[in-house]
Design a protein around this ligand. Structure first.
Ligand SMILES: [Zn+2]
Length: 147
């Protein structure tokens, strides 16, 4: 049996499966981050963007953006609760839908709302400035939803 070689640029490892496109490492990277070459966006990467968001929010204290985002977050949490109630009642659903709902509920109980909003705004700010850590739009979108 001869495996194909990983198709990631610069990688010469054998593919993870007989007819697979990528080696174990690149296959895991694709699954985790959504694109080959995409790395995790760390807290340190986001820090300057969060600082800018914080300054901007403080300057525009009377702005309705925060109130609007809080309302949207609460609606998302209510939706996630409904998804989990459906799942608990035995309704069949795609695993990613349940996992996304679980992650939203985990964020809702484990992090404060200001941090969630600041982090999301920082991620968008980071994307707008074409952060080097975001190699592909799909990878970035993947990071937004899961990492
Ligand atoms: Zn590889």
């Amino acid at each position: 049996m001869q495996n194909y070689v990983c198709q990631a640029p610069g990688c010469a490892s054998p593919a993870a499966t007989r007819y697979g496109r990528y080696c174990y490492s690149h296959k895991a990277q694709l699954k985790r981050h959504g694109a080959i070459g995409q790395t995790a966006i760390t807290k340190a990467d986001l820090r300057p963007y969060r600082d800018k968001v914080r300054v901007r929010v403080a300057k525009n204290h009377s702005n309705s953006l925060r109130e609007n985002l809080e309302t949207r977050w609460k609606a998302l949490v209510a939706y996630a609760d409904a998804v989990m109630a459906e799942w608990r009642s035995g309704k069949a659903m795609a695993r990613y839908r349940r996992e996304a709902a679980q992650e939203v509920l985990r964020l809702n109980t484990g992090a404060n709302l200001s941090d969630v909003i600041e982090t999301l705004l920082a991620l968008y700010s980071c994307k707008i400035r074409s952060h080097a850590g975001s190699r592909a739009t799909t990878g970035f979108e993947h990071s937004l939803s899961g990492a």
